[in-house]
Each structure stands twice: as structure tokens, then as C-alpha cells.
Design a protein around this ligand. Structure first.
Ligand SMILES: *[C@@H]1O[C@H](CO)[C@@H](O)[C@H](O)[C@H]1NC(C)=O
Length: 253
């Protein structure tokens, strides 16, 4: 290949790459802003739900990995001061169920504050990971390392997405500063395999004890979970918003 040909080749591939993902996927819904407020909000809620469900297998052109399950590297939780003084470490985390029978409601957009708020519901979400814990739960010493599974049933979540607008190549885009999430499960079931170096009897007793006090234990974990998933959700949001101009996602009247 001559020099010019090579340059042409690069220009062409660069143009091709830029052509990828400048439009929303064509199965994503766009809402008509001339709709009455209530219907517009409902349309956005449905559109967001469909978009999240469509991300189950990932979206290559937007560099979004599958979210069913959603993979997260690790979560570390230091010793707290409460009744659960537990050092906890979770690795190879997989979150199952985020897209299954998902419901999104109460969508509200405040463009003056650049704040998008909503509530969502998942019947069951499983947090499956390799764990390592050491410390005390209500005065009882506990330690172990192995596989863990923390299941949240009837999970209600509240989402606050804080954004700002910015200009790029003469167009307005949205940057998500933080996608804050609050989890409120109806019931939590925890399962830690191989507690106390695999001592079956102690392990089963402790699992039972942990589940009798699951509400308390979940409260200790909650903030760390929420912060971890907040980071992951913020990243996914930005993979979409930094590719598509604002007006293409939220067309004006
Ligand atoms: C985690 O626990 C839930 C509830 O018991 C169960 O439905 C799910 O299959 C479990 N997942 C794994 C990977 O063990």
C-alpha cells in the first residue's frame, strides 16, 4: 500500500468509527415533548425501562457490556461502629435480575436543576460474589471466605441522576455527574458458604443467625452497595449520553 492509500484507509476507518453510535438504537423510544406533562413522564419511564431491558446483552456500538448479569470488580466494606463490626470484601461480583420484570415509575425531569428522578422495582436481585469476612455480628465472632449470595426480594430503588449540559463540536450533550441509587428491599436473604474454614455445623448456625438478623446486616452493607452501583450506573449512563446529542434524546417541541 502506498502512503496515500494508507492515509485514506485511516481516514475512512476513523470516519466509519465516528459514524457508529451517533444515533440512539432504533428500538429505543423517543418521547414527544408536546405531550401533557403526565403522559410525557410516563413515556419517559416506559422508554427508560425498555432501554434498560434492551441492555441485558450489552450494546457493542456504545461499549456497554451486558448488564444481565451486571459484573463489578470488587466492594470493600470497612469495620463499622454499630452492632455489626465486620470487615467484608467481595470480588467477582455478579448482579442478577436487574432487567427481569423491571418496572420504572414516577419519572420526573427538572431541566433547571438538570435532575432526572425515578423509582424502580425488581422482584428479585441476586448479588453473587466471592466473599471474605471477619469480625463480629451482634457479639458473635464470624469469619470465612468462599461463595456468597445475597438476595434482595421486592427491591424498590430510587434513582437521582444529576447532570450538566456541555458543548461538543457545536452540539449540546449531557454529562451525568452522579447516578445516585437508594435500595429498599422488602426482604433480604444472605448465604455465605464455607464459613469457619468449612465447619458445617458452625457455618449453618451462623447462616441461620445472619438471616434472623438480615435487616440489621443489610443496613451495614447498604451504603457500600449503593455507592458501588452508583459508580457503575453513572458510567453506563455516560456511555450513552456522551455519544448522542441532547436534542436527539430529548427532542424539543
Ligand atoms: C442465589 O439465591 C437465590 C435465592 O435463594 C437463588 O434464586 C439464586 O439461584 C442463587 N444464585 C446462585 C448463583 O446461587
Amino acid at each position: 500500500m502506498g502512503k496515500i492509500t494508507i492515509i485514506r484507509f485511516f481516514v475512512l476507518t476513523t470516519m466509519l468509527m465516528m459514524a457508529i453510535a451517533v444515533e440512539l438504537p432504533n428500538n429505543w423510544r423517543i418521547c414527544d415533548r408536546s405531550l401533557p406533562q403526565k403522559e410525557y413522564n410516563q413515556c419517559i419511564a416506559d422508554a427508560v425501562k425498555d432501554a434498560v431491558v434492551s441492555l441485558a446483552g450489552g450494546l457493542k456500538s456504545f461499549k456497554i457490556l451486558p448488564i444481565e448479569p451486571l459484573t463489578v470488580d470488587s466492594v470493600k466494606i470497612g469495620e463499622s461502629q454499630g452492632s455489626v463490626t465486620l470487615r467484608q470484601e467481595y470480588k467477582n461480583i455478579k448482579l442478577y435480575g436487574l432487567t427481569k420484570n423491571l418496572e420504572v415509575k414516577n419519572y420526573n425531569i427538572d431541566w433547571d436543576k438538570c435532575l432526572l428522578s425515578s423509582d424502580s422495582y425488581n422482584p428479585q436481585v441476586d448479588f453473587v460474589a466471592d466473599y471474605k469476612i471477619e469480625g463480629k455480628v451482634l457479639l458473635l465472632p464470624v469469619r470465612g471466605a468462599g461463595k456468597s449470595n445475597i438476595t434482595m426480594y421486592d427491591l424498590k430503588s430510587h434513582n437521582d441522576i444529576y447532570c450538566e449540559k456541555y458543548e461538543k463540536n457545536g452540539e449540546t450533550y449531557l454529562r451525568i455527574k452522579k447516578h445516585a441509587v437508594k435500595f429498599n428491599p422488602d426482604k433480604v436473604k444472605l448465604r455465605f458458604e464455607n464459613l469457619f474454614d468449612g465447619n458445617k455445623e458452625l457455618g449453618e448456625q451462623m447462616n441461620r443467625f445472619i438471616n434472623e438478623n438480615s435487616e440489621l446486616i443489610f443496613k451495614e452493607l447498604q451504603t457500600a452497595y449503593e455507592e458501588t452501583f452508583s459508580l457503575v450506573f453513572t458510567k453506563i449512563d455516560n456511555e450513552i449520553f456522551n455519544r448522542i446529542p441532547f436534542d436527539k434524546i430529548f427532542p424539543p417541541k
